[in-house]
Design a binder for this molecule. Structure first.
Ligand SMILES: Cc1ncc(COP(=O)(O)O)c(C=O)c1O
Length: 397
């Protein structure tokens, strides 16, 4: 007779037992439990734009309440094509090259399930957004990690070249990068593109922070999509979303842009996973993606101000910070506080100090690499950031 514990484990698939719950999402629950200021999971605590909300409410009132076309409502796909032409200079066919998904989360896993076979390898820069490891398990990919090294989160070109081989199906690039704030340069992107072409590999690019950039003198801080690089248009799957750009992370509306061949495979996977994303929210998406350039300029300025507010506060409290060039996170070094590791430090910060962050180890293939790092997000109201700062000032070094 097997023990109850054994029988229970037999009911769980090998795939599902190979990864844990999201640490990021767990930190939000911990923050709520202990009343901590939540600088862990990346979602705004300020209101979403009034006009976008109004269009969504009107769509519900107008009875846009049934299934949209499975790969996305036509007006939303048209808006995605138009905006992509404006922002990235790419001509994409809304009828054949776009799949609307339930957030970029579903976009990434659908793209991987549509293209990767068991035994295929997928290269991931390490540290990485934590979804990519379960995405690899669920899509039967074998991840190959290539380090991004602090303080500038650069990669070694020989190490990257050595990770490519005949089994390489794809590389995942998150640009601008979560958790590091790195923005890949054109030279880096061209180098990666060269390897993709040499080894006949695809590139999945997570571009959900494409508008959250912090230009500075003497540095090349601009968003580059892999699909813009010569020879990469048909090898790239752009994964994008409304979540961060329009401050609607709870809407779950994202999209993939890929060649017609890859798109038709993504659409099949997507159809049987979810059928489709929320129809009235896609109607609001059609409106949002047609907003003028001034919307994105303001978004960028607002995030720059938030970054410039939180960085000195973290430093004053004793963190060593890695200044982000993009996205809305700061990776920090906590070695000055003398904690055994990031998990113990995070627990202390949430329960005793009243601020939630994400333990750095959850972003690394080898947790030891992140054991003296934690990540803060700063997509919050000024008063939330100032309250966090006030609490952090009570930390003992
Ligand atoms: C890099 C990255 N990709 C994807 C997601 C999830 O995006 P979505 O809400 O579009 O599923 C996040 C959320 O924090 C993220 O940071």
């Amino acid at each position: 007779m097997s023990s109850p514990a054994q029988s229970a484990s037999h009911r769980i698939s090998r795939k599902a037992s190979r990864f844990t719950e999201s640490v990021i999402r767990e930190m939000t629950r911990e923050a709520m439990k202990y009343g901590a200021v939540n600088l862990s999971q990346g979602f705004p605590d300020f209101p979403a734009p009034e006009d976008i909300k109004r269009v969504a409410m009107q769509a519900i009132a107008d009875d846009v309440n049934q299934y949209a076309i499975t790969w996305g409502a036509k007006d939303f796909r048209d808006a995605i094509a138009k905006k992509t032409r404006w922002y990235l200079g790419l001509e994409i066919d809304p009828e054949a090259e776009i799949t609307v998904t339930c957030g970029s989360t579903e976009g990434m896993i659908s793209a991987m399930m549509a293209t990767v076979d068991p035994g295929d390898e997928v290269i991931v820069f390490d540290p990485y957004y934590e979804n990519y490891a379960p995405d690899a398990i669920l899509s039967d990919a074998t991840p190959r990690y290539v380090p991004l090294r602090a303080p500038d989160w650069s990669f070694n070109r020989d190490e990257l070249r050595a990770a490519f081989n005949q089994k390489t199906k794809a590389i995942i690039i998150c640009n601008p990068n979560n958790p590091t704030g790195k923005v890949f340069t054109r030279d880096e992107m061209e180098f990666i593109a060269g390897l993709c072409q040499e080894f006949d590999a695809l590139c999945f690019t997570d571009e959900i922070y494409e508008h959250i950039l912090y230009p500075r003198a003497g540095a090349e801080i601009a968003h580059i999509s892999m699909a813009q690089i010569e020879g990469m248009r048909d090898r790239t799957v752009i994964v994008n979303s409304m979540s961060k750009t329009y401050s609607v992370t709870g809407w779950r509306v994202g999209y993939c842009v890929a060649s017609p061949e890859i798109t038709s495979a993504i659409r099949k996977v997507h159809d049987f996973l979810t059928v489709g994303a929320a129809a009235p929210l896609q109607a609001a998406g059609a409106y949002a993606l047609a907003l003028p350039a001034s919307y994105y300029e303001q978004l960028q300025k607002d995030y720059e101000a938030r970054r410039d507010l939180i960085l000195p506060e973290l430093e004053k409290a004793g963190f060593k910070t890695f200044r982000p060039d993009g996205a809305y996170y700061v990776m920090t070094d906590i070695s000055g506080f003398g904690f055994k590791d990031d998990v113990e430090f995070t627990r202390h910060l949430i329960r005793e100090i009243g601020v939630a962050c994400v333990p750095g180890s959850s972003f690394y293939s080898d947790p030891a690499l992140g054991s003296q790092q934690v990540r803060f997000c700063f997509c919050k109201k000024d008063e939330t950031l100032m309250l966090a700062a006030e609490r952090l000032s009570k930390l003992n070094r």
